[in-house]
Design a protein around this ligand. Structure first.
Ligand SMILES: Nc1ncnc2c1ncn2[C@@H]1O[C@H](COP(=O)(O)OP(=O)(O)OP(=O)(O)O)[C@@H](O)[C@H]1O
Length: 250
């Protein structure tokens, strides 16, 4: 069974149809890259999967582990293992990162009927992961993403991923705003999470990120649909030839 199955998905935002019958299947243990020009609907797709409000699904279906994902509330999706790493992570002043991480993790565990982490176990886990991502401990005492640099925000997203252990990770333009060293650290963190049970959807404009996170499958999106799928070599072809050929075909 596929981990995620999207069939003929149609989505409207503010009365305008953005996804026009998108079909995509993601098997467990695979890394899929989604590429495509600005405005083709990549972020819209990731937001609809995560359950962000404001998107009206007018047709099609999304099955996650065989269940109707669209019928689930966003927190239920997270507890079931869907994680979206934001393109622009939000700041939450007044909520310490550590408190946020612990509350979110325990809420997800509780929803799954699992025991909550004890404080020492939780601290040990966070320290281990943050060390591997070069995130200083004092950063975790600050408000969520408050005063974090662009690179630190992205690394904080990878920290959440490593802590929550989701089965589907969607990375929306993880490379934007990252310098080469930060990109390598974040990509190493993502690669460490690759497993036969976990799938990743990497949304990016550029082939560069895919040198660090090598995909099994590459899809091209254009005008609200997946218009071509192939192996990792497809990303190299796109880098050479651009997206215009698909714009015409869509
Ligand atoms: N909240 C919104 N209100 C109105 N239009 C929207 C909204 N969100 C998205 N759109 C429109 O939907 C289209 C697809 O946007 P989306 O952000 O999904 O594309 P994208 O492929 O992620 O683009 P980019 O590569 O530039 O990030 C765009 O034309 C955008 O203007």
């Amino acid at each position: 069974m596929a981990l995620l199955e999207i069939k003929n998905l149609q989505v409207r935002v503010e009365e305008r149809e953005i996804l026009h019958g998108l079909t995509l299947t993601i098997d467990a243990g695979k890394v899929h890259a989604i590429m495509g020009p600005n405005g083709s609907g990549k972020s819209t797709l990731s937001h609809v999967i995560a359950g962000k409000p404001g998107y009206e699904v007018t047709g099609g279906e999304v099955l996650f582990k065989g269940e109707d994902l669209l019928a689930m509330a966003p927190d239920e999706r997270a507890a079931k293992g869907v994680f979206l790493a934001f393109q622009y992570p939000v700041e939450i002043p007044g909520v310490a990162t550590m408190t946020f991480l612990r509350t979110a993790l325990n809420a997800q565990r509780k929803a799954r009927g699992e025991e909550e982490y004890s404080t020492p176990d939780f601290l040990k886990k966070v320290r281990e992961i943050s060390k591997s991502l070069s995130i200083p401990q004092d950063m975790l005492k600050r408000g969520v993403n408050v005063g974090f640099s662009g690179g630190e925000k992205k690394r904080n997203e990878v920290l959440q991923m490593a802590l929550f252990q989701p089965s589907l990770c969607i990375l929306d333009e993880m490379d934007s705003g990252l310098d080469i060293d930060a990109l390598r650290i974040a990509a190493d963190g993502v690669n460490a999470l690759r497993s036969p049970e976990r799938s990743m959807v990497v949304i990016t404009h550029y082939q560069r990120l895919l040198n660090y996170i090598v995909p099994d499958v590459v899809h091209v999106m254009s005008k609200g649909r997946v218009v071509k799928s192939g192996g990792k070599e497809l990303a190299h072809e796109l880098e050479a030839s651009g997206y215009a050929q698909f714009e015409d075909a869509a």
